[in-house]
Design a binder for this molecule. Structure first.
Ligand code: UT7
Length: 330
């Protein structure tokens, strides 16, 4: 079976910024609390006419341009998102049409903040099966559409953004690409982070709108404790079963939900801060966008180079947990 590598990466964030001082004018909060409790300084917010597929297409075009891949060469498109343009058709279909990717099939993948790590793994297995040569995996979320900007406990956390990676087979003799994935879901965590209405359980009604049930609800403390424990345990187990320790990791690229989650997990793994990518200060939590946006920054900062061992790690609503190890290809 061919091995699989990431050959390109593109990102998009909308230009408009929502800073902590902007939020101070909207809810009872302050810059110091937000920075100390979350590490976030500002987030990017999409203008009203921009939807998730629009950001996804921008990120995808950037990835395709990076190594001159024509959209018609794509065999599959996976869009990881909790904020699709519609319940159906899938955002993957809208992206496929806009890109002109006539040879691709695809679908949307929902695993909340773990979506991109799951999408990369599914895409890697399509390529490893030998049936696909070019798979486009996009993480894109317009979180601002499902955030209650009167709820200070959640509105400070999230931002909008997208990133895309292209997966292709590794050439003979190349030592790079996908190594392993560890995933776990635990639905007992569902009550602690969810969007209650809009699905088949609570379809939209005047009542659901009046009760603000189409917004993200979170028990932050519960999710925080679970995220710290699982990000650590999942990374530890994945490293152990592949014969690695934290010392072998060139860079850990964690989901960006809270600086304190990242610090606690990486500290327990023995991975020092200089080997952990943090950009939550500038983007907040973009859900499916965090891992590609952080990977882009790792490359730009010269902290991720060909041959490096990279550890992706995410925990999110569900609960969902996903961790994967790659040897970087370019
Ligand atoms: O990516 C998806 C997964 N999500 C996560 O990983 C998020 C996990 N949770 C968290 O990041 C944190 O729990 C939060 C950042 C959401 C909250 O931080 P915390 O340290 O857990 O604060 P808390 O909820 O325990 O609240 C502490 C205090 C409360 O006041 P009292 O009850 O002690 O008087 C809150 O009402 O801080 C208050 N508070 C705020 N104060 C100023 C809550 N939000 C704010 C705010 N500004 N924005």
């Amino acid at each position: 079976m061919p091995k699989v590598k990431i050959t390109a990466l593109g990102c998009y964030t909308p230009p408009r910024l929502l800073t902590n001082s902007d939020l101070e004018k909207m809810v009872a909060t302050n810059d110091q609390w937000i920075l100390e409790r979350t590490g976030i300084h500002e987030r990017h917010i999409a203008d009203p006419e921009m939807a998730t597929s629009d950001m996804a297409v921008e990120a995808a075009r950037c990835a395709l341009a990076q190594n001159g891949v024509d959209a018609s060469e794509l065999n599959a498109i996976l869009v990881c998102t909790v904020t699709p343009d519609h319940m159906f058709p899938s955002t993957a279909c809208l992206v496929q049409d806009r890109l002109g990717a006539r040879g691709a099939w695809g679908f949307d993948l929902i695993a909340a903040c773990s979506s991109f790590v799951y999408g990369l793994t599914v895409g890697a297995h399509l390529v490893a099966a030998g049936t696909h040569r070019k798979v486009l995996v996009i993480g894109a979320d317009t979180m601002s559409r499902i955030i209650d900007y009167t709820d200070r406990a959640t509105c400070i956390l999230f931002g909008d953004g997208a990133g895309a990676m292209i997966l292709e087979p590794v050439a003979d003799g190349e030592d790079c690409g996908f190594i392993d994935f560890l995933g776990e879901i635990d639905g007992s965590g569902a009550p602690f982070l969810n969007m209650p209405a809009g699905g088949s359980r609570l379809p939209p009604s005047h009542e659901t709108v009046d009760k603000r049930l189409h917004y993200v609800k979170q028990d932050g403390g519960q999710v925080f404790k679970y995220a710290v424990r699982k990000m650590y345990e999942s990374c530890r187990d994945l490293l152990q079963r592949n014969g690695f320790t934290g010392d072998d990791v060139a860079i850990m690229i964690p989901h960006q939900a809270n600086i304190r989650i990242i610090n606690a997990a990486s500290d327990r793994l023995g991975i020092p801060p200089e080997k952990v990518l943090v950009n939550i200060d500038r983007y907040g939590n973009t859900t499916s966008g965090t891992i590609p946006l952080a990977t882009r920054d790792a490359i730009l900062q010269g902290r991720l180079k060909k041959g490096d061992l990279v550890l992706f790690a995410a925990v999110g609503a569900g609960y969902t947990v996903g961790t994967s190890l790659w040897r970087w290809a370019y």
